[in-house]
Design a protein around this ligand. Structure first.
Ligand SMILES: *[C@@H]1O[C@H](CO)[C@@H](O)[C@H](O)[C@H]1NC(C)=O
Ligand SMILES: *[C@@H]1O[C@H](CO)[C@@H](O)[C@H](O)[C@H]1NC(C)=O
Ligand SMILES: *[C@@H]1O[C@H](CO)[C@@H](O)[C@H](O)[C@H]1NC(C)=O
Ligand SMILES: *[C@@H]1O[C@H](CO)[C@@H](O)[C@H](O)[C@H]1NC(C)=O
Ligand SMILES: *[C@@H]1O[C@H](CO)[C@@H](O)[C@H](O)[C@H]1NC(C)=O
Ligand SMILES: *[C@@H]1O[C@H](CO)[C@@H](O)[C@H](O)[C@H]1NC(C)=O
Ligand SMILES: *[C@@H]1O[C@H](CO)[C@@H](O)[C@H](O)[C@H]1NC(C)=O
Ligand SMILES: *[C@@H]1O[C@H](CO)[C@@H](O)[C@H](O)[C@H]1NC(C)=O
Ligand SMILES: *[C@@H]1O[C@H](CO)[C@@H](O)[C@H](O)[C@H]1NC(C)=O
Ligand SMILES: *[C@@H]1O[C@H](CO)[C@@H](O)[C@H](O)[C@H]1NC(C)=O
Ligand SMILES: *[C@@H]1O[C@H](CO)[C@@H](O)[C@H](O)[C@H]1NC(C)=O
Ligand SMILES: *[C@@H]1O[C@H](CO)[C@@H](O)[C@H](O)[C@H]1NC(C)=O
Length: 593
């Protein structure tokens, strides 16, 4: 019985391979079971979101141009979407895992993402994008390696280490906890701590850290150099990352190789990813602290909001001890952090995913075709609810995803009227979307009128960070833009009372989320979408809607019920056999290419 079912699936998969085999590139298959587990990252037992029983979830480790297939099974008690943050879904916003493009995966259902990491390299992460779920975990690292024929701009590291840092609440993300507070118009207040790879702080101080907390230990060999990838997967806190007595040689950020520079510490804002090369050049008289501490806050009150892990040399002679390495001492100098951000440059001569140098795309000499000034504000009341806005508009998710509405010509789901300048009247609730011109070159100015740090992220693209400064942006600010080696990335910080300017080449057709990564402001509506349509009717610039697309909202009637029992049955040994067969096929496909 089970064998025939596997055989049938096998045939279906072969058909899939033949149909969708994008230029014969290799496939990588993953099964993600998303469920609650009990964990106590800060010493208090709570339900956290695990992938395959693990928190954080497994690392996806693939190479440029791989076809990635992830079968996600939703074992939570609410709907789910996984978003692949920073991974550009080239021609396929269908796979982006946000509400503007995908119907949520209902509880007990599964849905298979399939996408190609076309012409990409670098360090990214995935996370659940709905219902504030990221506050309970569900995240993991997503690595895209260079193809063997394309050299990386540094010696091959002796190891590859992933560190996920983030602020953390002992309250969970649900309507009975964090969401309840936000829905009631309250602030979440200070987080309870910072977790590093899902674990709480090492007890570096018995007053500040209770007994019995499990902490992360990173084991290294003396003299070796490691690539350490650090992602801030947290909720709203900017973190300063540092390793006691060790230099952080910055090498890559969100898919761009940077000019390599040493930092003793680096500010990593919510949603950002960096790779550092770290040489284990210390004498191993003791272990060393790895620290992620809250930034731009009153340190005497926020001491608890500090993540501490341990760097352990194999020949270490003792435990880490003494005070933590100092955070930058710049309480009265707010330009320090911004200058550090400005010092992060693109290595224009290094190759990225393709053999030609990164800098051969001369963004500084392309004429801008459209300009959007987007301005946020601290949350405010709209129709009796506390909401967050961008340019005076608080986004409301439609029940029918925008991309799906376009496909089936459902009218009235959204408005293509997002203003190019902030609205001045009373703030309002709208499903208002940016009309992006296919092949246009857009300049976006992000003006942070809030009192908090924000980071903004655009799906589907890497953009060039060309400028940032305090005060109001004006046309004259363009004179300060970096038109040569501004870094291409997908997540940029915007300091409170300051602006950041980005340039983006709208070459990827689809509907793409533009949002604050600050999870509470996002939840309260601080987001929009950029809709990019090729006016020419062709299948070359966008993949067709996937066969397994889910339907909801106005298209709910098109959704077939899912045979949950059949899908469940296959998760036993059958799936292992199937998986093995698939691995064999994909190996064969890559062999005979
Ligand atoms: C979340 O926390 C609330 C309040 O403590 C609790 O009632 C609820 O069961 C928790 N839910 C999950 C999924 O952990
Ligand atoms: C659900 O998972 C099964 C295998 O476990 C797979 O055959 C099926 O295609 C998946 N459904 C969707 C909609 O991806
Ligand atoms: C990813 O896989 C490559 C081999 O393909 C390996 O060299 C590397 O160490 C892996 N990285 C991680 C973080 O697992
Ligand atoms: C531990 O932290 C407390 C509170 O900040 C501080 O007063 C104390 O000096 C610290 N202890 C040590 C050994 O550093
Ligand atoms: C970075 O610091 C290391 C020592 O930790 C040193 O060997 C290296 O030369 C420095 N690199 C640069 C580019 O400054
Ligand atoms: C090892 O390094 C530490 C910190 O730099 C220093 O204090 C200590 O004296 C060194 N020990 C030896 C044996 O070199
Ligand atoms: C920081 O908090 C402490 C303790 O609550 C307070 O005494 C101090 O004035 C605060 N400092 C600033 C700069 O707000
Ligand atoms: C830039 O990349 C090149 C590889 O093309 C590398 O040799 C060089 O060291 C890098 N420069 C810096 C400053 O990182
Ligand atoms: C940009 O615009 C200027 C004049 O507005 C024009 O001379 C130039 O050719 C344009 N450059 C490109 C690359 O289109
Ligand atoms: C959107 O922009 C295109 C040009 O890219 C234009 O033709 C179209 O009229 C615009 N639509 C709306 C509703 O403004
Ligand atoms: C917000 O905008 C107003 C009006 O332009 C300005 O007066 C105020 O200084 C701004 N505040 C911040 C934090 O940017
Ligand atoms: C695009 O592909 C779909 C199905 O894959 C087909 O029905 C449609 O005719 C194609 N459109 C064009 C313009 O080629």
């Amino acid at each position: 019985m089970a064998f025939y079912r596997v055989l049938a699936l096998f045939v279906v998969y072969i058909a899939l391979l033949v149909n969708l085999c994008f230029a014969g590139d290799p496939f990588a298959f993953f099964n993600f079971e998303v469920s609650y587990i009990t964990a106590s990252p800060l010493g208090v037992p709570q339900q956290v979101i695990a992938v395959n029983g693990k928190f954080p979830g497994p690392t996806i480790n693939v190479t440029t141009n791989y076809n990635v297939v992830v079968n996600v099974r939703n074992k939570l008690d609410e709907s789910l979407l996984i978003h692949w943050s920073g991974v550009q879904q080239r021609r396929s916003s269908w796979q982006d895992g946000v509400l503007g493009t995908n119907c949520p995966i209902p509880p007990k259902w599964n849905w298979t993402y399939q996408f190609q990491v076309k012409d990409q390299i670098g360090s990214f992460f995935y996370f659940p994008s709905l219902h504030f779920q990221r506050a309970s975990g569900g995240y993991g690292s997503f690595i895209i390696n260079n193809r063997a024929i394309i050299p990386i701009p540094f010696a091959t590291p002796d190891g590859d280490i992933t560190i996920l840092i983030g602020d953390w609440y002992t309250r969970n993300h649900t309507v009975s906890a964090l969401r309840k507070a936000l829905d009631a118009g309250k602030d979440l207040g200070m987080p309870d701590g910072v977790v590093i790879n899902g674990k709480g702080p090492y007890q570096y101080n018995t007053t500040l850290v209770p007994d019995g907390i499990d902490y992360e230990t990173i084991e290294v060999h003396p003299g070796k150099t490691y690539r350490i990838r650090v992602h801030n997967v947290g909720i709203s806190t900017s973190l300063n990352f540092r390793i006691q007595n060790h230099n952080l040689l910055l090498a890559e950020s969100e898919g761009s190789y940077t000019v390599q520079q040493n930092y003793t510490s680096l500010d990593i804002h919510v949603g950002q990813s960096f790779s550092f090369l770290v040489t284990m050049d210390q004498n191993a008289s003791s272990d060393y602290y790895i620290v992620a501490s809250a930034r731009f806050v009153n340190e005497s009150q926020w001491k608890r909001v500090t993540g501490v892990a341990i760097l352990h040399y194999t020949n270490s002679k003792g435990k880490a001890h003494g005070p933590l390495p100092d955070a930058p001492n710049d309480e009265f100098d707010k330009t320090f952090s911004m200058n550090q951000a400005r010092s992060i440059r693109w290595n224009v001569s290094a190759s990225g995913a393709r053999p030609n140098p990164q800098g051969s795309f001369r963004y500084g000499s392309i004429n801008v075709t459209e300009v959007y000034v987007l301005k946020n504000k601290p949350p405010e009341m709209i129709d009796g609810k506390r909401r967050a806005t961008l340019s005076g508009i608080s986004y409301v998710n439609p029940s029918t995803p925008i991309r799906l509405a376009d496909q089936f010509k459902v009218k009235g789901v959204y408005k293509l009227d997002f203003p190019t300048k902030p609205l001045t009247g009373a703030p309002r609730l709208e499903t208002s979307v940016i009309n992006g011109t296919y092949r246009g070159f857009m300049e976006i100015i992000l003006q942070n009128n809030d009192t908090k740090m924000h980071t903004y992220h655009l799906n589907g693209y890497a953009f060039f960070v060309v400028g940032m400064d305090y005060g109001e942006w004006t046309e004259n600010s363009r004179g300060t833009y970096n038109k040569w080696d501004g870094i291409a990335r997908s997540t940029t910080q915007v300091y409170p009372g300051a602006w950041t300017a980005i340039l983006v080449s709208l070459d990827n057709v689809g509907v793409w989320n533009l949002r604050t990564e600050n999870l509470d402001s996002w939840y309260l509506g601080q987001e929009t979408y950029v809709r990019v349509v090729n006016p020419e009717a062709t299948n070359k610039t966008e993949f067709p809607i996937p066969d397994n697309a889910l339907f909801c909202g106005a298209l709910n009637h098109m959704q077939k019920p899912q045979d949950i029992s059949a899908a469940m049955a296959i998760t036993g040994n059958g799936s292992k056999l199937l998986f093995t067969l698939l691995m064999i096929i994909s190996a064969m496909v890559s062999l005979f290419r």
